[in-house]
Design a protein around this ligand. Structure first.
Ligand code: TYM
Length: 333
């Protein structure tokens, strides 16, 4: 039988996720887990690069684990685990740090943006973030990495690091490919559609949180920024309308063209309320399921424990190969 390809992806538990995270990443995981040996992680170590309240972070780890499951990740099919539970991630990062250079890390767009938004805390971790991400991916001999468009640059760096290591020490890592969805790879802010939708936006009307109830979802869409020409078409000079069409077509699994046709004779007010209804219909059952799962901590702990156990086995195999290649003496057992 042909061996299945390996899929890896991770999300930071840095607060309630948005429909950007859902449409750009999470939603696709459910389908892909049927075709790949899939591994999903709660990237808690990444989150520490920005100051966190420890109690809130602990809560967010469970929130994200529950959300993964509520979005259809099936622990019978996929591995779901918390990054810090598998210490190989931090260990491989150390080794890979020795073949990465400050120049290539300080050039990363996300580093530059986060250095601006967290001027008082430009720590080493913030710069090293993509090396930890490369370790996440490379430990599992990953074939594909489904992510939103904002992670493309980090993915390319992961590929460069894999190739560099293999060239220097001999083949160890598989060189991964990105998997960026055709629609909704970059969901934009509802208030400033030139900006990516982000949960850290100070304006709550700019994003739809996966925790918003249906009324809040509808209200936020009603307030979404549009333009003044009243045509519902996808076009570069209509970023607000194009973003709403993207969101609508993604949640309804329709093409943009079909969505345009559907709203041909519709006014903006009506259009926005239909988008709100469609999004609310998709995220409300997820929100309720997530809250149900959060009430069964023992189950979540069981899933995460089992996931870490399975992930660790794969990760250590790669890590020990790496240690051997670079010349570290294996510990005798
Ligand atoms: P994070 O936690 O910021 O986002 C999780 C996923 O959501 C996607 N995403 C979006 N997609 C469409 N539109 C948006 N507005 C939007 N905002 C976010 C992201 O592209 C991502 O797929 N560094 C990663 C987490 C990570 C990781 C990894 C990912 C750690 N290790 C290894 C893949 C492989 C991050 O911060 O994503």
């Amino acid at each position: 039988m042909e061996e299945r390809k390996v899929l890896f992806s991770a999300i930071q538990p840095s607060g309630i996720l948005t429909i950007g995270n859902y449409l750009g990443a999470l939603r696709n995981f459910k389908k892909l887990q049927n075709d790949y040996d899939s591994i999903f992680s709660v990237a808690d170590l990444h989150t520490l690069t920005v100051r966190q309240d420890p109690a809130v972070l602990r809560k967010n780890v469970y929130e994200l684990a529950a959300l993964y499951l509520a979005c259809g990740i099936d622990p019978q099919k996929s591995i779901l685990f918390v990054q810090s539970h598998v210490s190989a991630h931090a260990e491989l990062t150390w080794i890979l740090n020795t073949i990465c250079y400050p120049g290539e890390l300080s050039r990363m767009t996300q580093f530059k943006e986060k250095s601006k938004s967290h001027e008082d805390n430009i720590n080493m971790g913030l710069m090293d973030y993509p090396v930890l991400m490369a370790s996440d991916i490379l430990l599992y001999q990953t074939d594909i990495v489904p992510v939103g468009a904002d992670q493309k640059q980090h993915l390319e760096l992961s590929r460069d690091i894999a190739i560099r290591f293999n060239n220097r020490f001999g083949d160890v890592f598989k060189v991964p490919d990105g998997y960026i969805p055709k629609t909704a790879a970059r969901v934009m802010s509802l208030q400033e559609p030139s900006k990516k939708m982000s949960k850290s936006d100070a304006n709550f009307n700019a994003f739809i949180s996966m925790d918003d109830d249906p009324d809040t979802v509808r209200r936020k869409f009603k307030r979404a920024v549009t333009d003044s020409d009243n045509r519902i078409i996808f076009s570069e000079d209509k970023p607000g309308i194009s973003n709403l069409l993207t969101i609508y077509s993604a949640v309804c699994d329709k093409t943009i063209e079909d969505a345009e046709k559907e709203f041909e004779n519709c006014g903006y007010g009506d259009f926005k309320s239909k988008v709100g209804d469609a999004v609310a219909a998709v995220i409300e059952p997820i929100r309720q399921e997530k809250n149900k799962l959060l009430a069964s901590k023992d189950y979540l702990d069981y899933v995460l424990k089992d996931g870490a156990y399975k992930a660790e086995k794969i990760a250590y195999k790669t890590l020990f190969k790496v240690y051997k290649k670079v010349g570290l003496v294996p510990r005798k057992r």
